[in-house]
Design a protein around this ligand. Structure first.
Ligand code: NIG
Length: 421
């Protein structure tokens, strides 16, 4: 065997995630007790007992990583972020903690449009400098792929600016970025009383400009009282699909308006949030095989109830993906460990279901067939954790356990962490 570039040894187990969401999550994680993992040319070349490593696998150029008895799994995939933005909204956080609601703040002229003002005023370079530390924090939690939305530009120039920033960021961070156009995040202030004109701007100008430059893979719409109606969402996403962008939706976050049903009708890749999803919405999503993206940090952060009914969603047979939803308004946190903890405590998922949803389930939601998995031939994106079992990630609430993060066979983040669990 040609020498490996990286060998990770001395693990408690390696989770290769070779199952599907239709089976028991514990089985879908496909644990390999005591296995080691080898990477060559950036892809997984070996998973198995060290005794079965072919001759010549370890050479002078092989980096050998001691997992110190911790478990190893694929890099986390974060399927829902708004991590490019300027400004901050800690005053709104304070107001909400004293009783104001997200919708009240939005209706009073705060919320998303406040971040739009700050983001429009920032240059591409400034937005990059602001986003890089957020990406480093995600990386330190083990995230190796992240979706990133626009949505704080809300005009042709600034939506393009945000997506160009995402493209440039992709070359500056080890985290692989998947761009989403979210021009339908809010009706911008200058279109107050003229919402139809803004919908037309999205369809006639923003979407074609983004498609021409190939700047986004997905198009998202926030269907909500304070944002867009189901009918507007349908028109925007139908136009997006005709341009080759894959539809996804912010659905049933604060109000059940029929966004899940729309996601099903359009064959959207995902319906995100789902705190208020109805039984009919859930049935429609299941029938159309739409992935449910749960973002429980924002439910906590907005002090909303209920949390998305993760248990019912899973039992209805949907694939689930878990995201951080990093953004300045509803989830100012890059803590993936907290996401996993809340998914168990509040969405009712098992530790194995949550781990699936943060890795393989999330990769599939982004149409990434080889990520979030460690089969031979998959990308060499992996995390060596400081605990022996994935069960400790949600259990040791909010504590990061990603000791070493590897992207395409290269160590890209490392921290000294005591072993635990
Ligand atoms: O996913 N709900 C809409 N978008 C974000 C919040 C964005 C903001 O408040 O700035 C979310 O929660």
């Amino acid at each position: 065997m040609e020498a490996l570039e990286l060998l990770v040894r001395n693990t408690s187990e390696v989770l290769t995630l070779e199952g599907t969401h239709r089976e028991r999550a514990e089985d879908a994680l496909t644990p390999r007790p005591g296995a080691c993992v080898g990477v060559r040319d950036g892809v997984i070349a070996f998973v198995g007992p060290e005794a079965q490593l072919p001759a010549g696998a370890v050479g002078a150029g092989t980096t050998v990583l001691d997992a110190q008895g911790g478990f190893v799994g694929p890099g986390f995939v974060d399927p829902h972020t708004h991590l490019v933005f300027a400004g901050e909204r800690s005053a709104e956080f304070d107001l909400r903690n004293q009783g104001a609601t997200y919708l009240e703040i939005a209706k009073a002229g705060g919320g998303i449009v406040g971040t739009v003002r700050a983001t429009r005023a920032a240059s591409e370079d400034e937005l990059i400098q602001l986003a890089l530390p957020r990406l480093r924090r995600l990386l330190s939690h083990g995230v190796t792929v992240a979706e990133v939305k626009s949505g704080y530009g809300l005009d042709v120039e600034n939506e393009l600016k945000m997506l160009r920033v995402v493209r440039r960021l992709g070359a500056l961070t080890p985290v692989e970025l998947v761009p989403t156009l979210l021009c339908a995040h809010a009706v911008p202030e200058e279109y107050k009383g003229r919402r139809e004109d803004y919908v037309r701007l999205c369809i006639d100008e923003i979407l074609p400009a983004v498609a021409r430059e190939g700047l986004a893979r997905f198009c998202d719409v926030f269907v909500e009282d304070s944002a867009f109606t189901v009918d507007e969402g349908r028109r925007i996403l139908t136009a997006a699909r005709a341009l080759g962008l894959v539809p996804r939706l912010h659905a049933d976050q604060l109000t059940a308006l029929g966004a899940s049903e729309l996601a099903a009708e359009l064959g959207a890749a995902t319906a995100d949030h789902l705190e208020q999803v109805t039984d009919a919405g859930l049935r429609a999503l299941a029938a159309a095989n739409v992935t449910a993206v749960l973002v429980p940090t924002s439910t906590l952060f907005l002090r909303m109830r209920p949390y998305a009914p993760g248990r019912r969603i899973r039992d209805a047979g949907l694939n689930i993906a878990l995201g951080s939803n990093v953004n300045p308004g509803s989830a100012m946190s890059e803590n993936v460990a907290l996401v996993l903890g809340l998914a168990c405590l509040e969405n009712g998922l098992s530790a194995a279901e949550a781990y699936w949803a943060a890795t393989r389930g999330a990769a599939l939601s982004l149409g990434l067939q080889r990520q979030g998995r460690l089969a031979v031939g998959d990308p060499g994106d992996l995390v060596s954790f400081s605990c022996a079992s994935y069960r400790h990630l949600p259990y040791h609430l909010g504590i990061g356990h990603a000791r070493t993060v590897v992207k395409a066979g290269r160590v890209v983040a490392r921290q000294e962490l005591d072993s635990c669990g």
